[in-house]
Write a protein that binds this ligand. Sequence first.
Ligand code: ATP
Length: 357
Amino acid sequence: MADITLAALSKVYPGGTRALDAVDLTVADGEFFALLGPSGCGKTTLLRTLAGLETATAGRVTIGGTDVTDLPPGRRDVAMVFQDYALFPHMTVTDNIAYPLRIRKVPAGRRRAKATETAGALGLADHLTRRPDQLSGGQQQRVALARAMACHPRAFLFDEPLSNLDARMRLEARTFLKRLQRELGVTTVFVTHDQAEALALADRIAVMEHGRIRQLGPPTEVFRRPANTFVASFIGSTPMNLLTGRATGGTVEVAGQPLPTPAGLALTEGETLTYGIRPEYLRYRPAPAPAPGALTGEVRVVESLGSAQLVTLDGPAGPVQVVVDEDTEITLGTTGHALPRADRALVYRDGTLLTPT
Ligand code: ATP
Protein backbone atom coordinates (compact mmCIF):
# COMPACT_ATOMS: atom_id res chain seq x y z
CA MET A 1 0.00 0.00 0.00
CA ALA A 2 1.30 3.45 -0.84
CA ASP A 3 -1.38 5.88 0.10
CA ILE A 4 -0.09 9.36 0.89
CA THR A 5 -1.39 11.42 3.78
CA LEU A 6 -0.63 15.02 4.56
CA ALA A 7 -1.78 16.15 7.98
CA ALA A 8 -1.90 19.90 8.72
CA LEU A 9 1.13 20.37 6.49
CA SER A 10 2.54 23.91 6.48
CA LYS A 11 5.54 25.44 4.80
CA VAL A 12 6.73 28.94 5.55
CA TYR A 13 9.80 29.99 3.56
CA PRO A 14 12.51 32.16 5.09
CA GLY A 15 11.19 35.67 4.46
CA GLY A 16 7.72 34.70 5.61
CA THR A 17 5.88 33.39 2.53
CA ARG A 18 3.33 30.83 3.71
CA ALA A 19 3.36 28.51 0.71
CA LEU A 20 1.35 25.74 2.41
CA ASP A 21 -1.23 26.51 5.06
CA ALA A 22 -2.23 23.49 7.16
CA VAL A 23 -3.02 21.23 4.19
CA ASP A 24 -4.88 17.98 4.94
CA LEU A 25 -4.97 15.52 2.08
CA THR A 26 -5.11 11.78 1.47
CA VAL A 27 -4.16 10.33 -1.90
CA ALA A 28 -5.35 6.73 -2.23
CA ASP A 29 -3.10 3.82 -3.15
CA GLY A 30 -2.80 3.66 -6.95
CA GLU A 31 -4.63 6.95 -7.47
CA PHE A 32 -3.73 9.50 -10.15
CA PHE A 33 -4.05 12.80 -8.33
CA ALA A 34 -3.60 16.26 -9.90
CA LEU A 35 -2.82 19.55 -8.22
CA LEU A 36 -4.11 22.62 -10.02
CA GLY A 37 -4.08 26.29 -9.19
CA PRO A 38 -2.77 29.67 -10.25
CA SER A 39 0.93 30.46 -10.25
CA GLY A 40 2.33 30.76 -6.73
CA CYS A 41 -0.49 28.86 -4.99
CA GLY A 42 1.93 26.27 -3.57
CA LYS A 43 1.67 23.28 -5.93
CA THR A 44 5.41 22.78 -6.41
CA THR A 45 6.08 23.35 -2.73
CA LEU A 46 3.57 20.64 -1.86
CA LEU A 47 5.26 18.20 -4.24
CA ARG A 48 8.77 19.07 -3.06
CA THR A 49 7.75 18.71 0.58
CA LEU A 50 6.31 15.29 -0.26
CA ALA A 51 9.57 14.32 -1.93
CA GLY A 52 11.61 15.58 1.00
CA LEU A 53 13.30 18.32 -1.04
CA GLU A 54 11.74 20.93 1.28
CA THR A 55 11.35 20.62 5.03
CA ALA A 56 7.84 21.10 6.39
CA THR A 57 7.45 23.90 8.92
CA ALA A 58 4.65 21.98 10.65
CA GLY A 59 2.53 18.88 10.04
CA ARG A 60 3.27 15.32 8.98
CA VAL A 61 3.73 13.38 5.74
CA THR A 62 2.91 9.66 5.70
CA ILE A 63 3.59 7.33 2.75
CA GLY A 64 2.23 3.78 2.88
CA GLY A 65 1.67 4.06 6.60
CA THR A 66 5.24 5.21 7.35
CA ASP A 67 5.81 8.69 8.74
CA VAL A 68 8.47 10.11 6.38
CA THR A 69 8.35 13.72 7.60
CA ASP A 70 11.90 13.54 8.95
CA LEU A 71 13.36 11.21 6.31
CA PRO A 72 15.70 12.50 3.58
CA PRO A 73 14.50 12.24 -0.08
CA GLY A 74 16.54 9.07 -0.76
CA ARG A 75 14.74 7.15 1.97
CA ARG A 76 11.17 8.04 1.00
CA ASP A 77 10.98 5.64 -1.90
CA VAL A 78 9.30 8.11 -4.23
CA ALA A 79 10.46 9.20 -7.69
CA MET A 80 10.11 12.77 -8.85
CA VAL A 81 10.04 13.71 -12.53
CA PHE A 82 10.79 17.36 -13.14
CA GLN A 83 9.64 19.72 -15.87
CA ASP A 84 13.13 19.81 -17.42
CA TYR A 85 13.59 16.02 -16.89
CA ALA A 86 16.97 16.70 -15.20
CA LEU A 87 18.78 14.13 -17.37
CA PHE A 88 22.58 13.93 -17.27
CA PRO A 89 23.72 15.35 -20.64
CA HIS A 90 26.96 13.36 -20.82
CA MET A 91 25.37 9.97 -20.06
CA THR A 92 23.70 7.55 -22.47
CA VAL A 93 20.03 6.62 -22.17
CA THR A 94 20.97 3.37 -20.40
CA ASP A 95 23.24 5.12 -17.91
CA ASN A 96 20.64 7.81 -17.20
CA ILE A 97 17.99 5.18 -16.48
CA ALA A 98 20.38 3.08 -14.39
CA TYR A 99 21.68 6.03 -12.37
CA PRO A 100 19.33 5.67 -9.34
CA LEU A 101 20.19 1.95 -9.24
CA ARG A 102 23.90 2.84 -9.19
CA ILE A 103 23.25 5.15 -6.22
CA ARG A 104 21.53 2.21 -4.53
CA LYS A 105 24.65 0.09 -5.22
CA VAL A 106 22.85 -2.43 -7.43
CA PRO A 107 25.54 -4.54 -9.23
CA ALA A 108 26.40 -3.35 -12.78
CA GLY A 109 24.98 -6.38 -14.61
CA ARG A 110 21.63 -6.18 -12.86
CA ARG A 111 21.29 -2.45 -13.32
CA ARG A 112 22.08 -2.70 -17.03
CA ALA A 113 19.48 -5.46 -17.45
CA LYS A 114 16.87 -3.47 -15.51
CA ALA A 115 17.60 -0.28 -17.47
CA THR A 116 17.34 -2.13 -20.80
CA GLU A 117 14.08 -3.77 -19.79
CA THR A 118 12.52 -0.48 -18.62
CA ALA A 119 13.73 1.35 -21.72
CA GLY A 120 12.14 -1.37 -23.85
CA ALA A 121 8.83 -1.00 -22.06
CA LEU A 122 8.85 2.71 -22.87
CA GLY A 123 9.77 2.31 -26.54
CA LEU A 124 13.38 3.41 -26.15
CA ALA A 125 15.08 0.15 -27.11
CA ASP A 126 16.60 1.63 -30.27
CA HIS A 127 18.11 4.61 -28.49
CA LEU A 128 20.01 3.06 -25.61
CA THR A 129 23.42 4.44 -26.56
CA ARG A 130 22.24 7.96 -27.41
CA ARG A 131 22.81 11.00 -25.22
CA PRO A 132 19.85 13.27 -24.26
CA ASP A 133 20.76 15.91 -26.87
CA GLN A 134 20.30 13.25 -29.58
CA LEU A 135 16.67 12.63 -28.52
CA SER A 136 13.38 14.44 -29.15
CA GLY A 137 11.56 16.14 -26.27
CA GLY A 138 9.11 13.24 -26.04
CA GLN A 139 11.91 10.68 -25.96
CA GLN A 140 13.72 12.65 -23.24
CA GLN A 141 10.52 12.60 -21.25
CA ARG A 142 10.35 8.82 -21.59
CA VAL A 143 13.92 8.49 -20.36
CA ALA A 144 13.00 10.56 -17.32
CA LEU A 145 9.98 8.30 -16.75
CA ALA A 146 12.05 5.16 -17.23
CA ARG A 147 14.58 6.44 -14.70
CA ALA A 148 11.74 7.07 -12.24
CA MET A 149 10.25 3.60 -12.87
CA ALA A 150 13.46 1.58 -12.77
CA CYS A 151 13.62 1.41 -8.99
CA HIS A 152 9.92 0.62 -8.48
CA PRO A 153 9.06 3.60 -6.31
CA ARG A 154 5.98 3.60 -4.11
CA ALA A 155 4.85 6.88 -5.67
CA PHE A 156 5.53 9.05 -8.69
CA LEU A 157 5.66 12.81 -8.23
CA PHE A 158 5.38 14.75 -11.48
CA ASP A 159 6.06 18.47 -11.76
CA GLU A 160 4.62 19.63 -15.09
CA PRO A 161 6.23 16.71 -16.93
CA LEU A 162 4.56 17.51 -20.26
CA SER A 163 5.06 21.25 -20.39
CA ASN A 164 8.17 21.16 -22.59
CA LEU A 165 6.45 19.23 -25.36
CA ASP A 166 4.67 20.75 -28.35
CA ALA A 167 0.87 20.51 -28.47
CA ARG A 168 0.70 17.29 -30.46
CA MET A 169 3.45 15.45 -28.58
CA ARG A 170 1.78 16.57 -25.41
CA LEU A 171 -1.47 14.85 -26.28
CA GLU A 172 0.37 11.67 -27.20
CA ALA A 173 2.47 11.77 -24.05
CA ARG A 174 -0.66 12.36 -21.98
CA THR A 175 -2.35 9.23 -23.29
CA PHE A 176 0.86 7.28 -22.81
CA LEU A 177 1.27 8.47 -19.23
CA LYS A 178 -2.30 7.59 -18.36
CA ARG A 179 -1.92 4.06 -19.76
CA LEU A 180 1.40 3.57 -18.02
CA GLN A 181 0.06 4.71 -14.68
CA ARG A 182 -2.95 2.40 -15.01
CA GLU A 183 -0.73 -0.54 -15.87
CA LEU A 184 1.73 0.07 -13.06
CA GLY A 185 -0.92 1.13 -10.53
CA VAL A 186 1.57 3.43 -8.81
CA THR A 187 0.20 6.25 -6.68
CA THR A 188 0.85 9.44 -8.64
CA VAL A 189 0.72 13.10 -7.72
CA PHE A 190 0.83 15.40 -10.70
CA VAL A 191 1.29 19.18 -10.76
CA THR A 192 0.06 21.02 -13.81
CA HIS A 193 -0.97 24.43 -15.07
CA ASP A 194 -3.02 22.78 -17.75
CA GLN A 195 -6.62 22.15 -16.75
CA ALA A 196 -7.42 20.00 -19.76
CA GLU A 197 -4.51 17.77 -18.76
CA ALA A 198 -5.72 17.49 -15.17
CA LEU A 199 -9.31 16.80 -16.24
CA ALA A 200 -8.15 14.14 -18.71
CA LEU A 201 -5.64 12.34 -16.51
CA ALA A 202 -6.67 12.54 -12.92
CA ASP A 203 -8.96 10.39 -10.80
CA ARG A 204 -9.29 13.39 -8.50
CA ILE A 205 -8.01 16.93 -8.57
CA ALA A 206 -7.31 19.49 -5.89
CA VAL A 207 -7.59 23.17 -6.74
CA MET A 208 -5.29 25.28 -4.58
CA GLU A 209 -5.20 28.97 -3.70
CA HIS A 210 -2.77 30.69 -1.31
CA GLY A 211 -1.43 27.41 0.07
CA ARG A 212 -4.85 25.91 0.75
CA ILE A 213 -7.02 23.39 -1.03
CA ARG A 214 -10.20 25.13 -2.14
CA GLN A 215 -11.87 22.06 -3.64
CA LEU A 216 -11.04 18.40 -3.98
CA GLY A 217 -12.97 15.88 -6.03
CA PRO A 218 -13.31 13.99 -9.32
CA PRO A 219 -12.74 16.24 -12.37
CA THR A 220 -16.37 16.16 -13.49
CA GLU A 221 -17.60 17.25 -10.05
CA VAL A 222 -15.08 20.11 -9.83
CA PHE A 223 -16.02 21.21 -13.35
CA ARG A 224 -19.80 20.88 -12.94
CA ARG A 225 -20.18 22.03 -9.37
CA PRO A 226 -17.34 24.31 -8.33
CA ALA A 227 -17.68 24.63 -4.56
CA ASN A 228 -16.86 28.32 -4.49
CA THR A 229 -16.52 31.28 -6.84
CA PHE A 230 -12.72 31.00 -6.82
CA VAL A 231 -12.82 27.48 -8.29
CA ALA A 232 -15.72 28.51 -10.57
CA SER A 233 -13.66 31.30 -12.09
CA PHE A 234 -10.49 29.19 -12.30
CA ILE A 235 -11.79 25.95 -13.84
CA GLY A 236 -13.02 25.79 -17.43
CA SER A 237 -11.50 26.74 -20.77
CA THR A 238 -13.69 29.84 -20.82
CA PRO A 239 -14.43 31.29 -17.40
CA MET A 240 -17.85 30.85 -15.86
CA ASN A 241 -20.17 33.88 -15.95
CA LEU A 242 -20.56 35.03 -12.34
CA LEU A 243 -23.32 37.62 -12.10
CA THR A 244 -24.48 39.55 -9.08
CA GLY A 245 -28.19 39.19 -8.36
CA ARG A 246 -30.72 38.95 -5.57
CA ALA A 247 -33.26 36.42 -4.40
CA THR A 248 -36.77 37.17 -5.65
CA GLY A 249 -39.67 34.77 -5.28
CA GLY A 250 -37.46 31.65 -5.17
CA THR A 251 -35.35 32.66 -8.18
CA VAL A 252 -32.26 34.77 -8.66
CA GLU A 253 -32.96 38.06 -10.35
CA VAL A 254 -30.11 39.63 -12.31
CA ALA A 255 -30.52 43.13 -13.75
CA GLY A 256 -34.27 42.97 -13.13
CA GLN A 257 -34.69 39.62 -14.92
CA PRO A 258 -35.62 36.48 -12.91
CA LEU A 259 -33.33 33.75 -14.25
CA PRO A 260 -33.90 29.98 -14.33
CA THR A 261 -32.79 28.85 -10.89
CA PRO A 262 -32.25 25.32 -9.56
CA ALA A 263 -35.09 24.10 -7.36
CA GLY A 264 -34.78 23.40 -3.66
CA LEU A 265 -32.38 26.18 -2.66
CA ALA A 266 -33.13 27.88 0.67
CA LEU A 267 -33.04 31.50 -0.47
CA THR A 268 -33.85 34.47 1.72
CA GLU A 269 -35.97 37.05 -0.10
CA GLY A 270 -33.87 40.03 -1.15
CA GLU A 271 -30.45 38.61 -0.24
CA THR A 272 -27.48 39.25 -2.54
CA LEU A 273 -26.31 36.16 -4.43
CA THR A 274 -24.00 35.25 -7.29
CA TYR A 275 -25.52 33.48 -10.27
CA GLY A 276 -23.05 31.22 -12.06
CA ILE A 277 -23.51 29.83 -15.55
CA ARG A 278 -20.86 28.52 -17.95
CA PRO A 279 -20.81 30.00 -21.47
CA GLU A 280 -21.48 26.46 -22.79
CA TYR A 281 -24.77 26.30 -20.86
CA LEU A 282 -26.30 29.47 -22.31
CA ARG A 283 -28.40 29.32 -25.47
CA TYR A 284 -28.08 32.25 -27.84
CA ARG A 285 -31.16 33.88 -29.44
CA PRO A 286 -30.93 36.97 -31.61
CA ALA A 287 -33.33 39.85 -30.99
CA PRO A 288 -36.15 40.65 -31.58
CA ALA A 289 -37.43 37.27 -30.31
CA PRO A 290 -38.77 37.91 -26.81
CA ALA A 291 -36.74 36.11 -24.18
CA PRO A 292 -38.10 35.91 -20.65
CA GLY A 293 -35.51 34.60 -18.22
CA ALA A 294 -32.64 35.58 -20.51
CA LEU A 295 -29.63 37.82 -20.22
CA THR A 296 -29.78 40.47 -22.89
CA GLY A 297 -27.02 42.62 -24.33
CA GLU A 298 -25.27 44.02 -27.34
CA VAL A 299 -22.83 41.76 -29.20
CA ARG A 300 -19.44 43.29 -28.42
CA VAL A 301 -16.91 40.58 -29.26
CA VAL A 302 -17.03 37.38 -31.34
CA GLU A 303 -14.07 34.99 -30.95
CA SER A 304 -13.58 31.74 -32.82
CA LEU A 305 -13.11 28.63 -30.72
CA GLY A 306 -12.52 26.47 -33.79
CA SER A 307 -15.73 24.44 -33.95
CA ALA A 308 -17.78 27.09 -32.07
CA GLN A 309 -17.68 30.79 -31.30
CA LEU A 310 -17.49 32.70 -28.05
CA VAL A 311 -19.77 35.73 -28.06
CA THR A 312 -19.55 38.50 -25.47
CA LEU A 313 -22.84 40.33 -24.82
CA ASP A 314 -22.76 43.61 -22.95
CA GLY A 315 -25.98 44.53 -21.17
CA PRO A 316 -27.44 45.58 -17.81
CA ALA A 317 -25.99 42.45 -16.13
CA GLY A 318 -22.49 43.39 -17.31
CA PRO A 319 -20.51 41.32 -19.82
CA VAL A 320 -21.90 37.81 -20.40
CA GLN A 321 -20.10 35.20 -22.50
CA VAL A 322 -21.99 32.57 -24.45
CA VAL A 323 -20.76 29.71 -26.64
CA VAL A 324 -22.61 29.64 -29.98
CA ASP A 325 -22.34 26.95 -32.67
CA GLU A 326 -20.18 27.73 -35.68
CA ASP A 327 -23.08 27.98 -38.14
CA THR A 328 -24.99 30.77 -36.41
CA GLU A 329 -24.22 34.14 -37.94
CA ILE A 330 -23.53 36.77 -35.30
CA THR A 331 -23.34 40.47 -36.14
CA LEU A 332 -21.40 42.87 -33.96
CA GLY A 333 -23.51 45.64 -32.48
CA THR A 334 -26.81 43.71 -32.67
CA THR A 335 -28.80 42.68 -29.61
CA GLY A 336 -28.79 39.10 -28.45
CA HIS A 337 -30.25 37.03 -25.63
CA ALA A 338 -28.55 34.29 -23.65
CA LEU A 339 -30.86 31.74 -22.03
CA PRO A 340 -29.43 29.80 -19.08
CA ARG A 341 -30.04 26.09 -18.69
CA ALA A 342 -31.69 25.80 -15.28
CA ASP A 343 -30.11 22.43 -14.55
CA ARG A 344 -26.65 23.88 -15.05
CA ALA A 345 -27.06 27.16 -13.18
CA LEU A 346 -25.23 27.50 -9.86
CA VAL A 347 -25.98 29.88 -7.02
CA TYR A 348 -23.35 31.15 -4.59
CA ARG A 349 -23.87 32.93 -1.25
CA ASP A 350 -20.81 34.81 -0.01
CA GLY A 351 -18.76 32.87 -2.55
CA THR A 352 -19.93 29.41 -1.42
CA LEU A 353 -22.08 27.11 -3.58
CA LEU A 354 -25.64 26.55 -2.34
CA THR A 355 -26.89 23.00 -2.58
CA PRO A 356 -30.54 21.96 -2.79
CA THR A 357 -32.05 20.88 0.52
P1 ATP B 1 3.97 27.92 -10.28
O1 ATP B 1 2.70 27.38 -10.86
O2 ATP B 1 4.27 29.31 -10.74
O3 ATP B 1 5.13 26.99 -10.38
P2 ATP B 1 3.33 27.04 -7.61
O4 ATP B 1 1.87 26.94 -7.38
O5 ATP B 1 4.09 25.79 -7.89
O6 ATP B 1 3.65 28.11 -8.72
P3 ATP B 1 5.23 27.44 -5.48
O7 ATP B 1 6.43 27.39 -6.39
O8 ATP B 1 5.01 26.30 -4.59
O9 ATP B 1 3.91 27.74 -6.31
O10 ATP B 1 5.36 28.75 -4.60
C1 ATP B 1 4.43 29.09 -3.57
C2 ATP B 1 4.85 30.41 -2.94
O11 ATP B 1 6.10 30.23 -2.26
C3 ATP B 1 5.08 31.53 -3.93
O12 ATP B 1 4.64 32.73 -3.34
C4 ATP B 1 6.58 31.54 -4.12
O13 ATP B 1 7.04 32.83 -4.45
C5 ATP B 1 7.08 31.12 -2.75
N1 ATP B 1 8.35 30.37 -2.83
C6 ATP B 1 8.60 29.26 -3.56
N2 ATP B 1 9.88 28.82 -3.37
C7 ATP B 1 10.45 29.70 -2.48
C8 ATP B 1 11.74 29.79 -1.87
N3 ATP B 1 12.69 28.88 -2.12
N4 ATP B 1 11.95 30.83 -1.04
C9 ATP B 1 10.98 31.73 -0.77
N5 ATP B 1 9.74 31.70 -1.29
C10 ATP B 1 9.47 30.70 -2.15
